[in-house]
Design a protein. Structure first.
Length: 540
């Protein structure tokens, strides 16, 4: 049997009823888990233990699943239960293991039909991370940048900066682009912007993207052009992906951006299963996300509403309703089949109480002990009245292969840091051309490409041309600097032409009075002062 029929006999046991002293073990049918599960409760109430019970059931039933854990405890504890026969099924992604970074490229696209979705999801992640300073022009430029790069072989997030600042690299990227609209933007619209406007337009993009690509932990992971693990393959083959995003080790921002990209990639991998004709042939895959509000973009509603038909079953948990954006909250309450509430805050109790009426009131959600919960669950597709229960005790692992799992994942999915950094260096430098020397002209100050930096000045003691001989003074040494003395302006030239008609008679009188003094170089005009045009950030 395939599909739901093959899993109805497999129950994910996790609770013990406590109604009127009757203790009965129960769980969720796997077919009902495809309707998704939402868990809420305060810190220490029992959420993590419940998540571990569900994942333990998946281990014993040889199911594929992924864990995205922003704390690290759930991820590590789960691996302690993995038996010897499933060690090779595990992909352990731990960004804190900086000596052996795993490769994960959010911009890697295996199906050309998924380019538009990939672009939208990447923008969605960045928008969630930088929402307070997000703007329409920033999004507009970023979208066309990503769409162009997705046609370029081995592109990564690091190339976004190069695309906007390196003209030679941009030309190389566009030579691979096949989208007429994208080419129209770069070759016509972007090319028509003057340097000042272009610099102002791209600065916010560079600021946002540079905020995380500058971090070596993130750069060594997302800078690898080829992901070292294939999420679609993990899903189809029933393997295990454990992601340890401990905020205490890698930082909250890094955990948030990596987790968001991973959730996005899992969603896109699930959607790519549309190439499997029959829904029942799409192998169930379970996704556990603790503190999921840290990784949920606006498209999370799409995951909840459509993931079931792609075989992706979600179990998400968090502490407070207010942590969720309105769109995400509405999607959770509107689409999850089963809901479990541990002890919650006084602000959340009235909202959650409506989900468990009429059996329970909001005050009931405030009085529960640790590991006690109220559940409104689906049984064979039908909603049942809410009831109270306690979580089962998590057994101790009989054997532990944690070290073997970590070693295997390092060997199969990670690479030495020096090797990764060298590859990234080669990729970033192979298409870049060395910066040419500053132009040898008086307009050098205007063309100086570094904003806020000191413009080169023309030294006043530099050798001056002799207007009589047209050459340099004898014994003078050319300056070592690459900035040459600018040629005299037409007004100070030593040509026979006089400056102005108005001064001809005055010069003629002075010439007749001084006679032989003319031509001795004593009246050589000083070179003009450099122009004081404001600095401009110029794109290469």
């Amino acid at each position: 049997m395939t599909g739901d029929a093959a899993h109805d006999s497999e129950v994910s046991a996790f609770g013990l009823t406590n109604f009127r002293g009757i203790n009965q073990q129960f769980g969720l049918y796997r077919s009902d888990r495809s309707r998704h599960l939402y868990i809420i409760g305060q810190t220490g109430a029992g959420k993590s233990g419940l998540l571990e019970l569900f994942a333990l059931s998946d281990i014993y039933h040889n199911q594929g699943y992924a864990i995205i854990d922003p704390h690290g405890d759930f991820a590590v504890d789960n691996m302690r239960f993995i038996p010897a026969n499933r060690i090779k099924d595990v992909v352990y992604f731990n960004p804190a293991d900086t000596a052996f970074p795993v490769g994960f490229n959010p911009m890697e696209v295996n199906d050309p039909n998924m380019k538009s979705n990939t672009s939208s999801e990447i923008i969605g992640v960045l928008k969630r991370m930088f929402g307070d300073s997000w703007g329409p022009r920033l999004e507009y430029i970023l979208r066309y940048t990503i769409l162009a790069l997705l046609d370029y072989p081995n592109c990564t997030m690091l190339d976004i900066t190069r695309m906007l600042t390196d003209k030679a690299f941009r030309k190389e990227v566009l030579s691979h682009c096949t989208d007429t609209v994208v080419l129209q933007f770069w070759n016509v619209e972007f090319a028509s912007w003057n340097d000042k406007f272009a610099a102002e337009a791209v600065a916010p993009v560079l600021n946002k993207v540079g905020a995380f690509t500058a971090n070596p932990i993130i750069r060594n992971i997302i800078g690898q052009p080829k992901s070292t693990f294939n999420i679609r393959k993990i899903m189809d083959e029933g393997k295990i992906l454990v992601v340890n995003l401990s905020k205490g080790l890698i930082g909250e921002d890094n955990a948030g951006i990596l987790g968001s990209f991973l959730v996005t990639k899992i969603q896109l991998a699930a959607m790519s299963r549309s190439d499997i004709e029959h829904i029942e042939d799409r192998r169930p895959f379970y996704l556990y996300v603790d503190e999921f509000q840290n990784f949920a973009t606006d498209s999370f509603a799409t995951i909840l509403s459509e993931a079931r038909k792609y075989g992706l079953n979600l179990t998400v948990a968090n502490q407070y309703i207010s942590q969720m954006q309105d769109t995400v909250r509405d999607a959770v309450f509107g689409n999850v089949g089963s809901m479990i509430s541990f002890r919650v805050s006084a602000d959340d109790a009235p909202i959650l109480g409506k989900q468990f009426e009429p059996q329970f009131e909001p005050n009931d959600l405030l009085q529960m002990h640790n590991r006690h919960f109220i559940i409104n669950m689906v049984i064979k597709g039908e909603k049942t009245p809410a009831f109270s229960a306690t979580t089962l005790s998590l057994p101790s692992p009989q054997t532990e292969y944690l070290q073997e799992i970590v070693a295997h994942s390092r060997e199969q999915y990670a690479r030495p840091r020096d090797e990764v950094q060298e590859e990234i260096h080669q990729l970033l430098s192979k298409d870049s051309k060395p910066q040419s020397a500053p132009p040898q002209s008086q307009s050098i100050a205007k063309q100086w490409p570094i904003q806020g930096a000191s413009r080169p000045i023309l030294k006043p003691d530099a050798p001056k041309p002799n207007p009589a001989s047209g050459g340099e003074e004898k014994g003078s040494t050319p300056p070592a600097t690459s900035v040459a003395t600018p040629p005299p302006s037409p007004d100070s030239s030593d040509t026979p032409k006089k400056k102005r008609t108005r001064s001809r008679s005055r010069n003629r009188n002075r010439s007749s009075q001084q006679g032989g003094k003319e031509g001795n170089g004593s009246n050589t005009p000083a070179p003009p002062r450099p122009r004081s045009d404001s600095n401009e950030l110029r794109l290469r």
